[in-house]
Design a protein around this ligand. Sequence first.
Ligand code: HEC
Length: 177
Amino acid sequence: MRSLLALSAALIAPLALVACGDASTSAADEAPKAPPPPAPTEAEKVAMLAALPAPYDAGDLENGRRAFARCRSCHTITPGGPNMAGPNLYGVFGRQAGALDKYGYSHALRSAGFTWDADKLDHWLENPRTFLPGNKMTFAGLRDATDRRDVIAFLKMETGYKPETTEAAAAATAPAS
Ligand code: HEC
């Protein structure tokens, strides 16, 4: 009996090792390259909101959250969140349009050749179809400018937006007036 147990343990152990090995490599493949920074506190969000360029500094985050309910069926916004019908939106500000490797974009979006900022997002959300013909986001758009302002402010708070890497960089390259 004892030798049987030992034998089965000897047979199972290498299998278990193989299984663990597979699990850890695929988990490593899925893991984001750098651990995301901790989510901002409420006080930090208030300060971040106030520091946004107009009109987003006047954004109503609660209304933005409500407006984003219309996007949630297709988009996640958490770091490393899954792509659903639409791509994960964490880090979207300052990101090249159509740039996530693991998401199957339309040719139109993948080859759009611009970087997402508030202004681009505002036009996209106003009317996705006319902003970029041939894209596959089947969403009628947010016609209300206040809803767009608020959802953009909300997304800036929730998707790891860093003013120093987007607006500041744009300001640094903009011609002095
Ligand atoms: C019915 C599903 C659906 C809804 C609702 C939807 N989207 Fe999308 N979204 C998509 C799809 C699909 C794409 C990819 C489009 C393509 O590849 O042409 C996309 C792409 C995007 C992109 C481009 C991302 C990138 O990586 O370039 C942004 C930004 C975006 N959506 C924001 C929003 C916001 C904000 C809302 C809500 C106001 C919203 N979407 C609502 C399906 C949706």
